[in-house]
Design a protein around this ligand. Structure first.
Ligand code: HEC
Length: 286
């Protein structure tokens, strides 16, 4: 563990410089995104991958997983209700395997929901969390990891090593996929970017960051794998919804409001594209 800690610190130092690059590249992203299209992973990316593999043996995400489990199992709402009544799609209270079967249609709300949205829905409904408070700080920062992020991490961990199988049976599930596909290709904004501008071809890169081609099943998995992810540069957990919002920012679009239909649709599109592959559980992201 001591040795690991050393690695962790070394990695943190390394990723701090990544962060600086990332910020710079975020500012200068548009020209870079068009320019670089090398075939191989960058050297820095390869180094980062090595660190990540070592760190995942003692994944700090487990701390949040434990906190989320405690909330799921023990917390009671003002009316004595609990998460045991929450149906994530496989029956009330069933957590095992639920994560890899979302986004899916939920008849009680007449909507397709992704995992994050469903968990938050249940926390509001059964535990009495306030939607306004959650919207005030939907994502973690250095000061605070909101409870719902821990619960999402717990729920995700309960699908570790299971096959991704987002359903496409209900018409609304099919509709969500199609809308997501459209949003992915939709170009607009000051640089006329779509998601596909950065993630629609092989081998694109911004500075040290390799950009997955999310239209291909074997790379679409990256929209799923490692999320929720422990972000080494900040030391907190971030969710898929955070990733989506941050990419809207990269795209110079207005950020969607938290838990919006368009994000569920994008996640449906990318998850269905990744169907059949194995989810390894919450991970580590730079
Ligand atoms: C200007 C370029 C750009 C645009 C446009 C863009 N992204 Fe990204 N995207 C990035 C960068 C940079 C990363 C971070 C890659 C890394 O961390 O290695 C990223 C990461 C991601 C990831 C996570 C990949 C992983 O390995 O975890 C997903 C999923 C994603 N983007 C989806 C989208 C979607 C959906 C859109 C459209 C709403 C979009 N992106 C638009 C640049 C972009």
């Amino acid at each position: 563990m001591k040795q690991r800690l050393g690695m962790l610190l070394a990695a943190a130092a390394l990723t701090t410089s990544f962060a600086v690059h990332a910020q710079q590249s975020a500012k200068k992203a548009p020209p870079a995104a068009k320019a670089a299209a090398p075939a191989n992973k960058s050297e820095v990316s390869k180094e980062f991958e090595k660190f990540r593999e070592v760190l995942e043996e003692d994944n700090p995400a487990e701390l949040y997983e434990a906190k989320g489990e405690d909330i799921w199992k023990n917390k009671k709402g003002p009316n004595g209700t609990s998460m045991a009544q929450c149906d994530l799609g496989l029956g009330a209270g069933v957590v095992k395997g639920a994560y890899v079967h979302m986004p899916r249609y939920f008849a009680d709300v007449g909507q397709v929901m992704d995992a994050e949205r469903r968990v938050v829905h249940c926390m509001i409904k059964y535990l009495g969390y306030s939607e306004a408070d959650i919207r005030k700080q939907p994502f973690s920062n250095v000061n605070k990891t909101p409870d719902h992020v821990s619960v999402i991490t717990y729920v995700a961990a309960q699908s570790r090593n299971m096959k991704i199988a987002a359903p496409q049976k209900h018409p609304k599930e099919i509709e969500a996929y199609n809308i997501g596909k459209e949003i992915f290709a939709y170009r607009a904004g000051p640089y006329d970017f779509s998601c596909a501008s950065c993630h629609g071809e092989d081998g694109k890169r911004i500075r040290t960051q390799d950009l997955p081609n999310l239209r291909k099943p074997d790379e679409a998995i990256r929209a799923y794998q490692g999320w929720p992810g422990y972000r080494m540069t900040g030391g907190f957990m971030l969710t898929q919804q955070w990733r989506m919002n941050d990419c809207f920012r990269q795209q110079r679009f207005p950020e969607p409001s938290y838990l919006s239909d368009s994000i569920t649709a994008l996640l449906a599109y990318m998850t269905v594209t990744a169907n059949g592959q194995t989810y390894k559980g919450p991970g580590i992201k730079r």
